[in-house]
Design a protein around this ligand. Structure first.
Ligand code: ARG
Length: 471
């Protein structure tokens, strides 16, 4: 029988030959899963506390373990901890260090537990915190959009369909469209958090444990809503990781669309907005360049996050119950998703607080492309003409405008009356941009009054629910 020392693997008992050096490095996860250390220790403290309460450990042993784990945590945080590849992962590194420090009691910590339920618990604890941070960042971006929407509630720009000028809209209204997408993203993450907040601990390797454990108590200590119902599912379920990444992918899809607009809008051709210098970079060869790197990079980063979603789905596909080593591969895509998502949201919240609108350029663009043609058709309908006929009449007026290079508002009354005798002097009011947006005065419409009302409702929503309706 060998002595168990920190450098010997906790599972070495049945082995006769040492692990192949390459295999050791190949199977180790400590290089990346060490970032779970705080949650691993939190889970271990709760586990030991439950074991002591159930009489499985003595109170003194629990005390020694908890003090020892806290000391290990302090060492890790001080950068004074030797992470060991032969000890494979964060769990065995911490347990071995604990045992080296406190002796006998350390060897008892793993009673009634397996790394399988341990790692499933750690990742959930970690992701739960990250989701709260991410939801807070979404709220920060939403506040920035609300401020911008309020400032530009009356600013008119062309709205597009097919990237062709469609109808005039207000810039505030446009910003509130992004706000709505982000609101759904925030809800999706809250929903994911709610479903994932069940505790795997107690499932042990896969079948449960023979000790008289109290899983409800451990769950309460760790802030989980309840223990997971089924031990096989508890150790092997990674739905929560997939759901989170799916939510992240949808959010990134939104940010990539947003980015695309900012990139277009800040180009010389559009010139609708200017991003602050602090969020752009120059060119090493072309002195005139100011590139929208931030939105471009965010647009690009959507790719890796979509990839992680596909990676995690493929990781889980066809895995038989229960735990398989495959599952170790869940961490890097998750970590990368969290890091990049947080980065994108942070930079977006800061950037959107610093956008300058070129109101004249937007207005000039809205004046082109016959953006009030629908308003003229609606005007004719109000005069008793059927919509299809009105559409036809306006189409002919537009054709004249195209030939002559004039907008509808630049045609004379006599010219307009040539298309319909129903047209009167009052037509020019509906052909103005202000008249056009103000007329869409119902909930969800682009009228400045509606934008202001929507901002009020959104502010209330954010104030009341803030960043924590997940809890
Ligand atoms: N490092 C492993 C993981 O991330 C921990 C669980 C390993 N369990 C085992 N029996 N090999 O999934």
């Amino acid at each position: 029988m060998h002595e168990t020392t920190p450098s010997v693997k906790p599972w070495a008992g049945r082995f006769n030959a040492p692990t192949d050096a390459f295999v050791e490095a190949f199977t180790a996860s400590v290089d990346f899963d060490r970032r779970l250390y705080r949650y691993d220790i939190q889970g271990s403290i709760a586990h030991a506390t439950m074991l002591a309460r159930q009489g499985i450990l003595s109170a003194a042993e629990r005390e020694t373990i908890v003090t020892g784990l806290e000391a290990v945590r302090a060492r890790i945080e001080a950068g004074d901890f030797d992470w060991s590849i032969p000890l494979e992962d964060v769990h065995m590194n911490i347990e071995s260090a604990l045992t080296a420090d406190i002796g006998e009691a350390g060897k008892k910590l793993h009673t009634g537990r397996s790394r399988n339920d341990q790692v499933a618990t750690d990742v959930r604890l970690w992701l739960r915190d990250e989701i709260d941070i991410i939801r807070g960042e979404i709220v920060r971006l939403q506040w920035a959009l609300l401020d911008l929407a309020e400032r530009e509630a009356e600013t008119i720009l062309p709205g597009f369909t097919h990237l062709q000028v469609a109808q005039p809209i207000t810039f505030g209204h446009h910003m509130l469209a992004w706000l709505e997408m982000l609101e759904r993203d925030r809800e999706r993450l809250a929903d994911c958090r709610r479903r994932m907040n069940v505790m795997p601990l107690g499932a042990a390797a896969l079948a449960g444990t023979t000790y008289p454990i109290d899983r409800h108590y451990t769950a309460k200590l760790l802030g989980f809503d309840r223990p997971a119902e089924n031990s096989l599912d508890a150790v092997s379920d990674r739905d929560f990781a997939i759901e989170f990444t799916a939510g992240a992918a949808i959010l990134m899809m939104h940010l990539s669309r947003f980015s695309e607009e900012l990139i277009l809008w800040s180009s010389a051709q559009f010139g609708f907005v200017e991003l602050s210098d602090s969020f752009c970079t120059g060119s090493s060869i072309m002195p005139q360049k100011k590139n929208p790197d931030v939105p471009e990079l965010v647009r690009g980063k959507s790719g890796r996050i979509f990839g992680h979603l596909m990676g995690l789905l493929t990781l889980m596909k066809s895995q038989p119950l229960a735990y398989n080593k495959d599952n170790q591969e869940d961490k890097e895509p998750l970590f990368d998703t969290v890091d990049n998502l947080k980065g994108c949201l942070k930079v977006y919240a800061d950037m959107m607080g610093n956008v300058t609108c070129n109101r004249e350029r937007m207005r000039a663009a809205a004046k082109q492309g016959f953006s009030t043609a629908t308003d003229l058709a609606d005007y004719l309908v109000r005069k008793g003409i059927a919509f299809r006929d009105a559409h036809e009449i306006v189409g002919k007026a537009v054709a004249l405008g195209v030939r002559e290079g004039r907008d509808l508002a630049e045609l004379s009354l006599a010219e307009l009356q040539g298309f319909s005798s129903e047209i009167g002097e009052d037509v020019f009011a509906v052909l103005t941009l202000e008249g056009s947006v103000a007329a869409r005065d119902h909930i969800g419409g682009t009228a400045p009054a509606q934008v202001r009302a929507a901002i009020e409702r959104a502010r209330e929503r954010l104030d009341v629910r803030g960043g924590d309706d997940a809890r």
